[in-house]
Design a protein around this ligand. Structure first.
Ligand code: ADP
Ligand code: AMP
Length: 207
């Protein structure tokens, strides 16, 4: 099963991917998480990612596709994946089709989490995570356990999230017609409790 979880920054893609991955028995592949890991290692590539990420701009396709090629060659991704935050441009979507075709696979479903922009700013600026486990929380909607030291992403400011949303509208929304033409897209209301949204996704997937 190859599933694309699609939606604006802060829509809840990572949160929901973690909730459905066990049932689907495939890993979550988040290009954002992979880039943050490279940045933490301080590699030249990580530094390059940081230039774009800090400004809320998309990382160039060639760099993202290199990462994805390597990730898809890992054994845990042999049966499928939940793609979270990828593809973000039409060129990435076309390249993903080719990569999967070489493995005898294709995107089976695309779920779009729809969340209005003002909710997005609220969600992103309140996002915190556990640096050890990577578990994502929200200061109000999904508060971390008392005493847990959490951190905030440096691109989770109001200014940068508005820029990221503009990038989404300009470069990422045009990916949807690519999948719509194949009849793969299911739109899901992303506003509601975490459990409600998970149930809507399960219903959309028929899972
Ligand atoms: P994405 O992966 O799409 O960028 P996240 O899953 O990291 O989004 O969610 C962004 C923020 O919104 C996090 O702080 C998360 O805890 C919170 N969040 C996720 N789903 C919901 C929801 N249904 N209602 C309120 N807040 C949510
Ligand atoms: P995310 O963790 O999905 O919110 O992504 C954080 C940032 O990483 C984005 O604002 C981009 O700078 C970069 N990024 C993540 N995934 C991609 C992608 N598929 N294409 C281009 N840039 C990406």
């Amino acid at each position: 099963m190859d599933l694309v979880l699609f939606g604006p920054p802060g829509a809840g893609k990572g949160t929901q991917a973690v909730r459905i991955r066990e049932q689907l028995d495939v890993p979550q592949i988040s290009t954002g998480d992979m880039m943050r890991a490279a940045r933490r290692e301080g590699t030249p590539l990580g530094k390059k990612f940081d230039e774009y990420m800090s400004a809320g701009k998309l990382v160039p396709d060639a760099l993202v596709l290199e990462l994805m090629k390597e990730r898809l060659s890992k054994p845990d991704a042999a049966k499928g994946a939940i793609f979270d935050g990828f593809p973000r441009t039409v060129a990435q979507a076309e390249a993903l089709d080719e990569l999967l075709a070489e493995m005898g696979r294709k995107i089976d479903q695309v779920v779009v989490l729809e969340v209005p922009v003002e909710d997005i700013v609220d969600r992103v600026t309140g996002r915190r995570s556990d640096p050890t486990s990577g578990q994502v929380y929200h200061v109000r909607y999904n508060p971390p356990p008392a005493g847990l030291e959490v951190v905030q992403r440096k691109d989770d400011t109001e200014e940068v999230v508005r820029k990221r949303f503009q990038e989404y509208e300009a470069n990422t929304m045009p990916v949807l017609p690519h999948y719509d033409a194949k009849g793969l897209v299911k739109r899901v209301d992303g506003v509601g409790s975490l459990d409600e949204v998970t149930e809507r996704i399960r219903a959309a997937l028929g899972a």
